[in-house]
Design a protein around this ligand. Structure first.
Ligand SMILES: Cc1ncc(COP(=O)(O)O)c(C=O)c1O
Length: 353
């Protein structure tokens, strides 16, 4: 067991590399709340250009940027269509309802990819009884669907529905970098089909903190007020932005390595008895355990072997590859899972066979 556990719980667990720490140490800073932090301004301009949007705004978290998008696109008593296992629906503590009175309407999907018929059917008719539908939120890559990439063709269909009904589209692109790396299509190909886009620095790109919301100038000006209202204004945030600029230069091109390692882990696990594994599009591997093994018990047993995975459901573990995971880490994780199943033969359904 290595001194530091092999941490596959999330791509958020990375520590800044020496190069990134140097960039942070050298960062030029100002007071971003007063609008004069040069590193933040440079990062926002760069992200806006990269996504083909007029403007971008740095937030302390993806959840806050998504919440600002909720408030940009919906008001109290209005409804936003989301996919039924979307992060904004399941993992953000009901913030849309709690803080802005916006109702999220979950609809069906296959593997996290919204079905157009379900979206179309969920748009409310103009009526004195129904809440007004104002927007559609999509997530790409999709976390709970194991890092699934939304095909651009499906995004075009969603955009067409939105256009027909006068709805806005928000893209939760927290891992859009991974979708681009996996397909070779640039981030702006998806961004062009959304009004607002959220991207994150603190996941695959390996930064300590930060997400950005990009969109039209007037929407982002309003998002700045919302960020203030949510307590998300930051002062010498150039410390964070310089890490983001560094990551765009040094950590974007390497995401394919994470995807390769996720596929390696998936194929090693597929050889184990009783486990069902998705074929990862990107950096997330979902492991469905045999009936007699709970995810909580498996995660605890693996942690004792120095391997950290997250418990993602009664029988589901999630492993996420990232900057701090190398080939040896994947081999160690595969070996620990093999050992776990060998120690629990009854769980695999192999007993007596
Ligand atoms: C798809 C998706 N959206 C939004 C978020 C929220 O990001 P943060 O944890 O930076 O607030 C996450 C975090 O895991 C996510 O996976």
């Amino acid at each position: 067991v290595s001194p530091r556990p092999i941490d596959l719980r999330s791509d958020t667990v990375t520590r800044p590399t020496p190069g990134m720490r140097e960039a942070i140490a050298r960062a030029e800073v100002g007071d971003d709340t007063l609008g004069d932090d040069p590193s933040v301004r440079a990062l926002e301009a760069r992200i806006a250009a990269l996504l083909g949007k007029e403007a971008a705004l740095l937030f302390p978290s993806g959840a806050m940027a998504n919440l600002a998008a909720v408030a940009l696109h919906g008001a109290a008593g209005e409804e936003i269509i989301v996919e039924g296992t979307a992060h904004v629906f399941d993992w953000e503590l009901g913030a849309a309802a709690a803080l802005f009175g916006v109702q999220l309407r979950p609809v069906g999907a296959t593997d996290g990819v919204l079905e157009t018929a379900a979206v179309e059917a969920a748009v409310r008719p103009d009526s004195p009884w129904f809440p007004r539908t104002t927007a559609i939120f999509v997530e790409n890559t999709h976390n709970a669907a194991g890092g699934r990439v939304m095909p651009i063709a499906r995004m075009e269909e969603i955009r067409a529905i939105a256009a027909r009904h006068g709805l806005a589209v928000h893209l939760d692109g927290t891992r859009l970098w991974n979708a681009a790396a996996a397909t070779g299509s640039p981030e702006r190909a998806w961004a062009a089909l959304a009004d607002t886009v959220m991207v994150t620095l603190s996941k695959g790109l390996g930064c300590p903190v930060g997400s950005l919301l990009a969109g039209p100038v007037d929407r982002i000006a309003h998002a700045r007020r919302l960020r203030r209202r949510l307590g998300g204004d930051m002062r010498q945030a150039g410390i964070l932005a310089s890490a983001g600029l560094y990551a765009l230069d040094h950590h974007r091109d390497r995401l394919a390595e994470d995807h390769h390692r996720a596929r390696r882990l998936a194929s090693a696990c597929r050889a184990l008895p009783g486990i069902h594994v998705n074929e990862p599009d990107t950096n997330i591997v979902m492991l469905d355990l045999p009936p007699a093994l709970t995810a909580a018990a498996a995660a605890t047993a693996l942690a004792a072997r120095g391997i950290l995975l997250s418990d993602f459901g009664p029988r589901r573990l999630r492993a996420v590859t990232h900057l701090d995971i190398d080939d040896a880490g994947i081999d160690a994780a595969s070996a620990a899972l093999r050992g776990l199943l060998a120690d629990a033969p009854a769980a695999t359904g192999r007993q007596g066979s």
